[in-house]
Design a protein around this ligand. Structure first.
Ligand code: NAP
Length: 308
């Protein structure tokens, strides 16, 4: 029986592991299908405190991993399919043929940015295709870029990108933004943002180095195709929190984000905590996920000492 199982090895998971390991709880991390989480898909991280020269996303995650292991955290590859709370208050986790038992569980499974599903998008991530303007916007100075989407995220990302880019195309599949009025008005009033209405991106076009150089746009009303030269595409068509496997153990909002108890990382199930992007659609930053991982570890530690 484990004291703590942490599901997910992104910033929230590793931070929870560092704290629970230093508290002598010998946590077990289950890494899931994307070990290292979303930062392993980015290039340079310039906004994580403590790295004034920046650090590559995968290197930051490897550092977190070795810091957690140094204090006794163990890592196993397992993609958890279900979590069950048993009558004695402990948890049973199933992952394929394997099962795990724990007194407390920290869910740090993150959220996956939604993508369009175009053929070459996997190779292009980090080479002119991203979902995070805060992370990558500063790399694209004085060049045109595009944002895909019409929600608050798309408007926010587009506005942020105008600090760097020469022009920001806001490509939306309808001719009305989904974003809140204030965000939409602000985006449309910005002279650097040019909306491209009723349009879908149907192809990412690359240069001979494999970097993004343009997008093929299809007008969804007329069917007409055209090309827009852009150095980077920011996809903002929503995120999908990785929470489906939890069933009724947690309450979720309409988009699947886990609802924590007010001001805490605990959930409606005692002993089950949630940290990072699986519970936070608002900040979605590495450092805020790490902060929640720390909070979940402290709460789990307190829960164990109160129940033993
Ligand atoms: P969202 O509100 O779900 O908007 C997603 C956008 O992407 C929509 O415009 C949608 O088009 C478009 N889209 C979805 N699938 C698409 C596809 N396959 N191809 C092309 N376009 C597609 O997501 P979000 O903007 O990430 O916001 C999520 C939540 O966070 C919202 O509740 C939002 O209010 C909140 N948020 C708040 C703030 C803030 O207040 N500062 C900032 C960011 C996010 P349609 O409109 O046609 O459906």
């Amino acid at each position: 029986m484990e004291n703590v199982i942490i599901i997910g090895t992104g910033c929230a998971g590793y931070t929870a592991a560092i704290y629970t390991a230093r508290a002598n709880l010998s946590p077990l991390l289950l890494s899931g299908t994307q070990p290292g989480g979303q930062l392993t898909t980015t290039t340079e991280v310039e906004n994580f405190p403590g790295f004034p020269q920046g650090i590559m996303g995968p290197e930051l995650m490897m550092n977190m991993q070795s810091q957690a292991e140094k204090f006794g955290a163990r890592i196993a590859w397992a993609s958890v399919e279900s979590v069950e709370k048993r009558a004695d208050g402990t948890f049973l986790l199933k992952a394929g043929e394997e099962s795990f038992e724990a007194k407390t569980v920290i869910i740090a499974t993150g959220a996956a940015p939604r993508h369009l599903g175009l053929p070459n998008e996997k190779q292009l991530i980090g080479h002119g295709l991203t979902s995070c303007a805060t992370c990558d916007g500063a790399f694209y100075r004085d060049v045109p870029v595009a944002v895909i989407g019409g929600g608050d995220s798309a408007c926010e990302e587009a506005g942020f990108l105008t600090r760097f880019a020469s022009k920001v195309y806001l490509i939306h599949r309808r001719e009305e933004l989904r974003a809140s009025k204030i965000m939409a008005d602000r985006a449309l009033a910005n002279p650097k943002i040019e909306p491209v209405w009723n349009s879908g991106v149907t192809e990412y076009l690359t240069d001979d180095k494999g970097e993004m150089r343009a997008v093929e746009i299809t007008n969804l009303v007329t069917g007409e195709k055209s090309e827009l030269d852009v150095a980077c595409v920011f996809v903002a068509i929503g995120h999908v929190p990785n929470s489906a496997f939890l069933g009724d153990l947690v309450d979720k909002d309409e988009n699947g984000y886990i609802l924590q108890n007010p001001g805490r990382t605990s959930t409606k199930t005692p002993g089950l905590f949630a940290a990072g992007d699986v519970a936070d659609h608002f900040y979605r930053q590495a450092i805020t996920a790490a902060g929640q991982g720390c909070a979940a570890a402290l709460e789990a530690e307190r829960f164990l000492s109160e129940h033993e």
